[in-house]
Design a binder for this molecule. Structure first.
Ligand code: CTP
Ligand code: CA
Length: 224
């Protein structure tokens, strides 16, 4: 990113990015998490900032970002939702790169859970709010961008998500044990409600971020 000097194609634009995997607390020392590294969100934040945007990164991760990126650290899906809500009205584009946990423990134990003899433990999970779908439904002028990590039927599942969440652009990502999460590179397909899909061949996360943001810029102009 240090050597990445794009034209300031996002000058004066406010870009809100979520990244990392949310942590859903079980007890004071344990949580339910996922393998998201926050690298894609950090790449998006860095490229957007280098392109002149005013960037807010709401994240559970600790990836290094340029000093001009405003970082808002969060932990759970509900904290992430509250932080994004605080910025959404003033933003030009929201990019939901975070891996938001679908479920959280229904009850957070006040104390560390102890084994009870050799008994199994059942955790009751409640569904988290769908942040992207909520912002997609509530948007006025904002461009709303989602990600879809799929292990099967990538395009069919991602196309359904694009519509269900009222996203203006969806970045579809095939994930598997060695693909997608916590990798230095990615291969994605960009999906729009009104355009043919655009595959982007395997490239660094910085290059993928630059491709995504280059598509976000004209959407912002269209939504003004
Ligand atoms: N997302 C969100 N809030 C949630 C779950 C997901 O905002 N509670 C966002 C993610 O940040 C991502 C997009 O929705 O941008 C798609 O996430 P994904 O997990 O692929 O989709 P889900 O709707 O959760 O569907 P699935 O049952 O396939 O996990
Ligand atoms: Ca999910």
């Amino acid at each position: 990113i240090q050597s990445y000097q794009p034209t300031p194609f996002l000058a004066g634009k406010k870009i809100l990015i979520s990244s990392g995997g949310t942590k859903e607390r079980i007890d004071p020392v344990r949580y339910i998490g996922n393998d998201s590294s926050g690298k894609m969100g950090a790449a998006l934040a860095n490229v957007a900032a280098a392109a002149g945007a005013e960037v807010t990164l709401v994240t559970t991760a600790t990836q290094p970002v340029l000093t001009q990126v405003q970082v808002v650290p969060v932990s759970s899906a509900r904290e992430m939702g509250a932080a994004l809500t605080a910025h959404f009205a003033q933003t030009d584009a929201l990019i939901m790169a975070a891996a938001v946990a679908d479920f959280r423990p229904d009850q957070v134990a006040a104390n560390k859970i102890k084994k009870q003899g050799d008994a199994a433990l059942t955790l009751q999970l409640a569904q988290n709010p769908d942040l992207l779908a909520g912002f997609g439904a509530a948007k006025t002028h904002q461009v709303v961008v989602g990600f879809a990590a799929e292990t099967t039927a990538l395009l069919a599942n991602a196309t359904a998500k694009l519509a269900r969440k009222h996203a203006d652009l969806l970045v579809a990502n095939q994930v598997g044990v060695h693909q997608g999460f916590n990798q230095e590179t990615d291969a994605v397909t960009l999906l729009w409600p009104d355009r043919a899909p655009r595959p982007i061949a395997e490239a660094s996360k910085t290059e993928i971020a630059a491709e995504i943001l280059a598509e976000v810029a004209p959407l912002i102009e269209r939504h003004k």
